[in-house]
Ligand binder design. Structure first.
Ligand SMILES: Cc1cc2nc3c(=O)[nH]c(=O)nc-3n(C[C@H](O)[C@H](O)[C@H](O)COP(=O)(O)OP(=O)(O)OC[C@H]3O[C@@H](n4cnc5c(N)ncnc54)[C@H](O)[C@@H]3O)c2cc1C
Length: 427
């Protein structure tokens, strides 16, 4: 049966560029979808054997929404909207940690429907994007294929799978996450993460016990909510999603323990309660409803000197190139911007000039990513070192920053606009 491809998603003129993407996270999937949109031939190799709904809360800014909205005539964004938090009436309430008083109530600004924001379950949103790439666009996604080696010469790049199979293309995109193997090849050494001095306990659960308790029912009975309790060196963010049916919290605190970047490392509720001694009792009332938690150590990496290999045939993308602190709420969004940019620069460079396209990708992205990464630290420090007298006088000083230079960025337009100038600089 013939597959109908809508004009918007029909690949542009084929470029003949064969792109191999490693990793089917948001970074790898977006790189593949955008390469398809720009006319490249693309396939994905992913180590997980099947699609599973994993993780908990993830955030996408309007600069990601603008990208999703272009897929399938807005249908992908619409599916993601139904799974995401709706704070149009509730906004964000910021509490002082001990008294519990609301010190700031940040309203949700009217959004641009062509650049929506999404906060929802990482696994549920990931499934929407994964199925779009595989089922609607027909991008080959090879699951259960762990990439063990990377090679390149001046003319091509290859990967080797666990069973020894070698796959070759014009370029390999290493979007293999925070523990990237591709990064070792690109750098020529192993980049060791350091403790950032912080960790996050995280949880996602149904509202059943929350609505049974009159102290906490208010968070689930009237639609979606978002509340944050800010204290010295600790912040606790709690949201209810999908019309209050799902509950989610993240608690960032000091932690110098062993580094582990896994998403499934279990944590203990008694440790959470110890950190929250002296806090508003509402925090405990929420946390005690939680069936299980994940303990995620936040690591810090020095900025990589480069994201591209010696011959310009392998590049890093997303978390493999630049892990983010959750307080930036931009980690996944910046991975998306990477994918969009790379697809454009490869098209502009053409098959004969792939290394120039790869170099231009890094040039276009590097400084912006660094600047956005820093916002993760500034927001965390602004909260953890809050001066409560100042906050009383100026409640806005503790609000979550919403910066135009981050949110209004159109990665596709920007890459098209600056490509020629960027390439002139290095040729
Ligand atoms: C299971 C999981 C759960 C997560 N949950 C959350 C969450 O709840 N909240 C949040 O904010 N962020 C979460 N993240 C991280 C978040 O998705 C990323 O920070 C962000 O989306 C950038 O994505 P990425 O594609 O660069 O990296 P990732 O999302 O980490 O994707 C990397 C992909 O590469 C694959 N991979 C790794 N090594 C190999 C290899 N050798 N061969 C083939 N494939 C390989 C991995 O299986 C993974 O699918 C999670 C990531 C994962 C993998």
């Amino acid at each position: 049966m013939a597959v109908t491809i809508t004009p918007e998603d029909a690949p542009a003129q084929p470029t003949g560029i064969n792109v191999i993407v490693v990793g089917a996270g948001f970074g790898g999937l977006t790189a593949a979808i955008e390469c398809h949109r720009q006319g490249h031939t693309v396939s994905i190799y992913e180590s997980f054997p099947e699609l599973k709904v994993l993780g908990d809360i993830i955030s996408f800014g309007p600069n990601a929404g603008r990208i999703f909205y272009r897929w399938s005539h807005g249908k992908i964004a619409a599916k993601m909207r139904a799974l995401s938090i709706d704070l149009s009436s509730y906004g964000f309430k910021i509490h002082k940690y001990d008294t519990g008083e609301v010190v700031a109530h940040q309203k949700t600004p009217p959004g641009d429907p062509t650049a929506p924001m999404f906060n929802g379950h990482r696994g549920e949103l990931h499934k929407v994007v994964f199925e779009y790439a595989r089922d609607e666009l027909g991008i080959p996604i090879h699951l259960g294929q762990k990439v063990t080696k990377y090679f390149e010469d001046e003319k091509e790049a290859s990967i080797e799978l666990e069973d020894g199979t070698k796959v070759t293309g014009d370029i390999v995109v290493g979007s293999d996450g925070v523990r990237s193997r591709a990064r070792t090849l690109v750098l020529g050494y192993e980049d060791k993460p350091k403790s950032s001095g912080y960790a996050v306990w995280r949880a996602w659960f149904s509202n059943k016990d929350m609505i049974a308790d009159p102290r906490t029912a208010e968070f689930c009975n009237n639609g979606d909510t978002f509340n944050g309790w800010i204290g010295p060196d600790v912040h606790f963010l709690f949201s209810t999603i999908k019309n209050g049916s799902d509950c989610c919290w993240v608690l960032t605190h000091r932690d110098e323990h062993d580094i582990d970047e896994s998403w499934s490392f279990p944590g203990k509720l008694e440790d959470v309660f110890k950190v929250l001694e002296g806090w508003d009792p509402m925090c405990k009332a929420i946390i005690e409803k939680t069936p299980s938690i994940v303990d995620w150590k936040l690591v810090y990496r020095d900025p990589l000197p480069t994201w591209t290999s010696k011959n310009g045939r392998i590049c890093l993308l997303g978390d493999a190139a630049h892990p983010f602190l959750p307080t930036s709420a931009q980690g996944a969004t910046q991975a998306l911007e990477d994918g969009v940019t790379l697809a454009v620069t490869l098209k502009r460079a053409g098959k004969e000039n792939v290394p120039a396209g790869v170099r231009a990708y890094q040039e276009i992205r590097y400084d912006r990513v660094r600047a956005v990464q820093k916002t993760g630290e500034t927001t965390r420090d602004m909260w953890h070192k809050a001066d409560w007298d100042k906050v009383k006088k100026d409640p806005k000083s503790i609000e979550l920053p919403r910066e135009d230079w981050i949110f209004q960025h159109d990665a596709q337009k920007h890459a098209e606009q600056v490509y020629d100038d960027v390439v002139k600089k290095f040729t």
